[in-house]
Design a protein around this ligand. Sequence first.
Ligand code: GAL
Length: 338
Amino acid sequence: MKDRRGKWRILIFFLCIGAVSVGCARLEKEDGKKSVRIGVSLYRGDDTFINNIRGELENCAKDYEQKQGVKVTLDIQDAKGNQNTQNNQVERFISLGCDVMCINPVDRTAASVIIDKAMTAGIPLVFFNRQPVEEDMNRWDQLYYVGAAAKESAVLQGSILVEQYKKDPGSLDINGDGVISYVLLEGESSHQDSLIRTEWSIQTLKDGGVPIEKITGGIANWERSQASALMEQWLEQYPDTIELVICNNDDMALGAIDALERAGDGGANLVGIDATIPGLEAVRSGKLLGTVSADKERYAGAIFSLASAKALGEEIDPDISLEGGKYYWCPQVAVTEN
Ligand code: GAL
């Protein structure tokens, strides 16, 4: 009898200890979490613009750790252009207990698979750069998007040329025939930026009274080497004709410059978008007439700020002004040498 009572006392003692420690763990979480784990998946780690954003994100995390005293584990993965790989990375982030996930989707039309996984696990998502369709973005109130508005980039790109034409028409109309003959290098056909940038760049030139005529155009998927190959072909097909190369991004403009340099042709003007580090160097050296810059510090800063607030269960910084409570549009400026 005495022995049984002893056993009960021991059991009650351990149950109490268990209850107290669960309580403590909860308290620790609610009263100031001291570490956050953020899963980041990039559609392709070798994309220059995305790589620049990655660098800025890493700076944000270091800065935040120093200033806020919260340990940040930034788990950055490269999906290498494969949606299945990215879906597996998302599953891994969930199993590792990530507090929030920042996703640069491979296929922006297939974001629902990732959203399903995040919703089931209750982990907020910050998409960036490759915009999921609106229907998907409206599925949950814990979905955010950070990007640079495609129409704005294009209008700024077009206005670099409009300004240049107003200042010195002969600098664009190189053969002086009254019309500027151009070729166009486009990004991935499924990307929201490609179509809109192409459309509004041309529209801005037309609205600005610049006489233009399209020679040809092609898709180079944002890539320097693909753009270089296309440009090489066009230079052979249309010798001494191309006066302007309009590019949906800087990397493709750099590829076109590579081809022009190989052909020993220094005539044509080029414009890009992104203001990547090599893009800015090309502007400084006069190889690129201009580019458009989305402030990368602010871009990555917005992704990080949304992610850390969500991870810590805090209010979103009021400086991150969200359209419709979901979309952050990073401000942009045109960059030229003069
Ligand atoms: C665009 C950018 C491109 C490329 C692409 C990837 O916004 O201008 O250079 O990075 O995103 O999604």
